[in-house]
Design a protein around this ligand. Sequence first.
Ligand code: GLA
Length: 383
Amino acid sequence: MKTQLAQYFFEQYHHQPTVIVRSPGRVNIIGEHADYNNGFVLPAAIDKAAYLAVSLRDDQEIHLTALDLNEKFSTTVDELKPIGDVSWPNYILGSAAQFLKHGIQLPGFNAVLTSNVPIGAGLSSSAAVECATVFALNHLLKTNIERVAMVAMAQKAEHEYAGVMCGIMDQFASMMGKANQVIKLDCRSLEYEYVPFKLDGIKILLLNTNVKHSLASSEYNTRRLECMQAVEMIQAYHPEVQSLRDATVEMLDQYVLPFNDLVYQRSRFVVDEMERLNQACQFLQDDNIPALGNCMFKTHDGLSRQYEVSCKELDYLVDFVRSRKEVIGARMMGGGFGGCTINLVQEDKIESLINSIKPAYEEAMGLPLDYYIATIQNGTEII
Ligand code: GLA
């Protein structure tokens, strides 16, 4: 990967890149739509990553190439702004813009991007590019920004240049991941701990629906607002409640349920999910993997029926594996409306599972089913 990328960079810009950064995609074991509600999440960086080769320029010009798409984009530092249709440059430009916003002088730069994080699969391909960009520029500009502060810059890039008001989970996992560990992250305080995730004979299998719904970002932002609405309804009586993290089921029953059923369903899912994450962490510590798996199925049901961010293809995949003994747990993952399901599966049964689920899905849904066995790897790093 490194040699091929460096060679391609040389062909484009006639000099070697100064730095090549690898920044991974992520999985999330449990704790979905919890980050922007100030709850806990349990993500990990995976073995699929974005790779960004960069060198600074003496002038103000920014030249970007996406190796896989064979596309180019150029602009200047003075003209940094989100661009329309084409999406990938936005992740790089938005990340670069954060340096200016922090009052750091930014010269022009040349960059080549390549990535094997499947796009639109719910594996945070965009967060991977944002983190790679922030990390590379921090290195080249010698700005010594702390990792957690770089996470926040990458998140802002997504808000400002991609228009998705995402929480902090994806960028945090990409930047802070550690091999064979999941991150238990408190999205309110940003305190975190690494929890070993080595399940004997069990692997993380990702099943990609290959559905990319255009609804994803608008519905995501709507869910965020619905959660805020619940908070406001409670706040009238409990001003100390700042987010759904501070809310209880009793509060929802009393102040939301009688007035707005939709907002109740949304916020009830989030409050239940926060409780489920606590239980799941305990099960993981106790090595009670079947119970952890059970939590994942429950999360799926909540995401599908109460939070309504699933789709028929995701539901099909989870329902298919639900009664199979070799599948310990499964659920849709990430923002929703397409992308992957995450499955904990007995390693020696993966092949036979694929052999039955792939043709069945393709026949029923008329879409190809892709799959990846994910391993947990380090976060953003120079290679
Ligand atoms: C997307 C967002 C994250 C998070 C998840 C849902 O991946 O980018 O911040 O909210 O959806 O858990």
